[in-house]
Design a protein around this ligand. Sequence first.
Ligand code: XMP
Length: 318
Amino acid sequence: MAFNPKKFIEQTTEEIKKQIGKEHAITAVSGGVDSFVAATLAFKAIPNQMHVIYVNNGLMRKNETEKVVETAKTVGIELNVIDGKKRFLEALEGVTDPERKRKIIGEVFVRIFEEEAKKQNVTYLIQGTIAPDWIESGGMGRDTIKSHHNVGGLPEDMNLKLCEPLRELYKHEVRAVGKELKLPEVVYQRQPFPGPGLAVRIVGEITEEKIKIVQEACEIVENEIENAAKSGKIEKPWQYFAALLPSKTVGVRGDERSYQYTVVVRAVRSLDGMTANFSHIPLEVLEKISTRITNEIRSVGRVVYDITNKPPGTIEME
Ligand code: XMP
């Protein structure tokens, strides 16, 4: 049977009411579709028993925090913004292993949620976990592809009960629910953004310099791809972004030798993120992206386009 978003909303708001009862819940909005839809559903179900927060982990895209706060306002949600940047970056210092990064991020998020929950007498955490998050996180005989920060990245001693209203849904179904909830199109049509943020787009150690490079590069990729889609040169990919490799390569700038970072441009077609094919972006669009990145980000000397499908690759680098 086809997915019916209206019915889903009716049933799920009832289930949330039943599960939370007279207790209070905290929900964290990340700016992505899933957490926004989960928060809006919860707001519908238990408006006077929930506290909505936004944790800035310092690993968000350029100007993302401001955009998320504004968007939340348009649907009547006032966000409590928590600046966690220092805490996340200190915890991640020197860490290169992708799974450790994910676990650290999951743990710091939860510790912040617990602290906020204590202040508000909250016992539940409402999360926008969707099916691919727990499928890829492994367990029940499945291999761990990657520990999604909101599943395999959760610490075992977390003292909040979980409520996950979107657990059985895939991304396209979450978008349909967002549309039915009358969220702004910029929210429900937004390309996915991983919970651990740019941490999984910086291969290896995370530094402030690298975060800045990826923020700038992501913005260029997003602008150029969206412009190309608007002018009819391409169909908008399902997801498109830039990532940074840990190794430097040799180049020339003017008459001088350079030794600089490599940026990877990634754009994929997909339905639910479980499998994906790289997008066939015209070379003129890729050339514009490459020229802008090396001109505007002076510490990047090389740009490559990722032509790997999923499987065997994944969409993000880590
Ligand atoms: P991968 O890289 O596993 O990504 O092919 C599939 C989709 O999931 C997003 N992604 C995440 N989303 N928490 C999330 O909420 C995570 O830890 C996470 N890791 C990957 C990714 O951006 C892609 O859309």
